[in-house]
Design a binder for this molecule. Structure first.
Ligand SMILES: [Zn+2]
Length: 227
């Protein structure tokens, strides 16, 4: 694979600048992110990244744990899904509501981040990354309002702004348009096939059969940047 193909499928971290031990973002996004963070801070919102760059192997572990029923899979109403009664195809759809396929996660790119604001959570509250926290009457609703008004001034937008039949709405997930748009254009189903074929992913045969449909429904099916 080329260097770009490795970036697009999460198989390198050479494009990543580490903000801490765990949180890394694309090196070309650092100043835009810091500007947005400073603007939020001036309005008493302490913008923080819950999850930035994730590599292929991390996303593969998430996938395989869910597929093997070692991790909980939720539906859009926040109920746990019983995977044991589902076919492989049904399992795949249930997992993909909230978890990307390794090789197809926007978190591989470094320009996509899950954000929250610790100062808006009560002392005993820990972040769940669930929609209710970001919706009206949820503790992070002021952050949602602020990002809706301001994120695009810094080049950020919500690719999962609403449910489009694929990935659930993710009011915490931001994309940095100047990097994300070209990456999105250059990502392809054929590239994903190569990444998956070479992995030890659970459900591989079924996944490869369903991939054209999955790619349409969960990977391409995202919002575009609205300036
Ligand atoms: Zn995310």
């Amino acid at each position: 694979m080329t260097e770009l193909e490795l970036i697009l499928t999460g198989q390198t971290n050479q494009h990543i600048h580490w903000l801490s031990d765990k949180v890394g973002i694309h090196h070309e996004m650092v100043s835009a992110y810091k500007s947005m963070q400073a603007a939020a801070k001036s309005e008493n919102i302490e913008l923080k990244i819950a999850s930035g760059f994730r590599d292929f192997s991390r996303q593969l572990a998430i996938w395989n744990n869910k597929f093997a029923e070692k991790a909980v899979v939720k539906d859009q109403q926040d109920n746990s899904v019983d995977l044991s009664v589902l076919s492989d195809a049904e399992k795949i759809h249930a997992i993909m509501l909230f978890s990307a396929l390794p090789g197809a996660s926007r978190h591989h790119w470094g320009c996509d981040i899950d954000v929250y604001a610790p100062n808006l959570l009560a002392a005993e509250q820990t972040l769940q990354l669930e929609p209710w926290e970001y919706q009206a009457s949820g503790p992070l609703y002021p952050l949602t309002l602020w990002l809706t008004d301001n994120a695009n001034k810094f080049g950020f937008y919500f690719p999962y702004d609403e449910f489009r039949g694929g990935v659930a709405a993710e009011p915490w997930h931001l994309s940095y348009q100047p990097i994300a748009m070209p990456y999105q254009k250059q990502h392809s189903e054929a590239l994903l096939v190569r990444a998956i074929e070479n992995s030890n992913i659970q459900g591989k045969i079924q996944l490869l059969q369903l991939l054209p449909e999955l790619y349409q429904r969960y990977v391409s099916n995202v919002a575009s940047y609205q300036a």
